[in-house]
Design a protein around this ligand. Structure first.
Ligand SMILES: Nc1ncnc2c1ncn2[C@@H]1O[C@H](COP(=O)(O)OP(=O)(O)O)[C@@H](O)[C@H]1O
Ligand SMILES: [Mg+2]
Length: 179
């Protein structure tokens, strides 16, 4: 790939994997991490482990992530490069952190089944399905990052995961040789 892709000074790229809960971010990020030896950072897990939150949100049944604490925690690693960040949000990370932003997308009925299997029901289920229908994460990504680094990828089947991992691995490899 063209050298112009690599103007960050990082030896390895940082990739953000985002999308509605259940679209397969963690599945794909861990497969990609295994294939490329890049570091998988699951923001949800990190927030819990390091207490980077302001308590539990009863209504949305999730931790209230503290954006400043998360960004401070990650700054050095992100500057170093070679990270795959996995989170269902993207507007609070510094724009300069990422070389590529991948928005995973899943067909509604497939996503519905996955979230039901995960135990989601009622408003939580509906909110997430609507989030996918209205492409909330894609809009957020386009508003937060340069359009040329934002890509959508299908995540309906395991074959999709394999194809996505393979094309992203190629891109990461070409980044290494271009540096
Ligand atoms: N592309 C895919 N095809 C089939 N099943 C998938 C796919 N992506 C994820 N899954 C399954 O869907 C569930 C949710 O995936 P997960 O990676 O935890 O999503 P997220 O991290 O985006 O919330 C898991 O049970 C996972 O095995
Ligand atoms: Mg996940």
């Amino acid at each position: 790939m063209a050298r112009t892709d690599n103007n960050s000074g990082r030896k390895k790229p940082n990739i953000l994997i985002t999308g509605t809960p259940g679209t397969g971010k963690t599945t794909m990020a861990s497969a990609l991490s295994e294939a490329t030896q890049l570091r998988h950072i699951n923001i949800g897990d990190l927030v819990k482990e390091k207490n980077l939150h302001d308590g539990w949100d009863e209504k949305f049944e999730c931790y209230i992530l503290n954006e400043d604490l998360v960004c401070d925690e990650l700054e050095d690693l992100m500057e170093e490069g070679g990270n795959i960040v996995d989170y269902h949000g993207c507007d609070f990370f510094p724009e300069r952190w990422f070389d590529r932003v991948v928005v995973l997308q899943t067909e509604n009925s497939v996503l519905y089944d996955r979230l039901t299997r995960r135990g989601y029901s009622g408003t939580k289920l509906t909110n997430n399905i609507e989030c996918e229908i209205f492409q909330v994460l894609l809009e957020e990504a386009k508003e937060s990052y340069p359009e040329e680094i934002v890509f959508t990828m299908r995540s309906d089947t395991i074959e999709d995961v394999n194809n996505n991992v393979s094309s992203l691995s190629d891109w990461i490899r070409s980044w290494n040789t271009a540096a």
